[in-house]
Design a protein around this ligand. Structure first.
Ligand code: CTP
Ligand code: CA
Length: 232
């Protein structure tokens, strides 16, 4: 379905998008991060903007500058991203969690640049909060409140369908966008993506290789019909 010129299917919707990788500091000059470029999240934010939404982009480390016409909130760590997302939930209609959130952070963050000493160094890591799961829990506690529609991502290298559906259920998402990050033309850093979209009833659509912007347009069409179905 082509969008008609002037049609704004997300007009009046407050959309929160997370994009990029988180940065987990070891000391003032060193950190742990991942290969996320932010491109998929940016494409989703741009597409929502063009569909008339009021977009807030919670942005970790990315390769490029974020798009114009959206409110940008820069964050560093998973903990900061967690707080930035959670405090905005009461004023959000749709959440899209495209960010690659580090699962662990260093237990200690050294105040000064660490000096080398021994032949080996062990860095102790501790689990970060799972932001998407926290959103799911917030939703289930939200009796009577307006609940945001939640779109999660799953980056997998094996058992794409099983892992993606497990995440959808565990994190109580409405849709999950699953990426096989080993496929060429998909995943981190690429201009294109290849994804499978799952809902509570299983596979909704296989989106073949296309630009991240085209994937984003299709995701919004699926999300819009999901939101309309929930209303009626
Ligand atoms: N996610 C999150 N907070 C985390 C980890 C992940 O919000 N601490 C979100 C991601 O933004 C993504 C989804 O959860 O939308 C799935 O991320 P992924 O790394 O694929 O799954 P995990 O649940 O972290 O499981 P694992 O890495 O062990 O496969
Ligand atoms: Ca993870």
């Amino acid at each position: 379905v082509k969008m008609l010129i002037g049609e704004k299917p997300l007009a009046g919707k407050r959309v929160l998008v997370t994009a990029g990788g988180t940065v987990e500091r070891i000391d003032p000059v060193r950190y742990i991060t991942n290969d996320s470029s932010g491109k998929m999240g940016f494409a989703i934010a741009e597409s929502a903007r063009d569909r008339g939404a009021e977009v807030t982009l919670i942005c970790g480390r990315t390769d490029a500058a974020p798009p114009n016409g959206v409110r940008v909130v820069k964050v560093d760590s998973a903990m900061e991203m967690h707080d930035a997302v959670m405090k905005r939930l009461p004023n959000t209609d749709v959440v899209v969690k495209a960010a690659a959130v580090a699962d662990y952070r260093p237990l200690h963050r050294a105040a000064h640049k660490m000096k080398k000493s021994n032949e080996s160094l062990t860095l102790e890591l501790v689990r970060n909060p799972d932001i998407l799961q926290a959103i799911g829990e917030w939703k289930s506690e939200a009796a009577g409140r307006d609940k945001p529609y939640v779109i999660g991502f799953a980056a997998e290298t094996t058992d794409l369908e099983k892992n993606a559906i497990d995440k959808l259920i565990r994190k109580k998402c409405d849709l999950i966008v699953a990426n096989d990050v080993t496929e060429s033309g998909a995943g981190f850093g690429t201009e294109t993506n290849i994804v499978n979209v799952y809902g509570a009833l299983g596979l909704i659509e296989r989106i073949p290789q296309m630009t991240k912007r085209a994937v984003a347009e299709r995701l919004w069409e699926l999300a819009q019909s999901g939101m309309n179905a929930a209303k009626s």
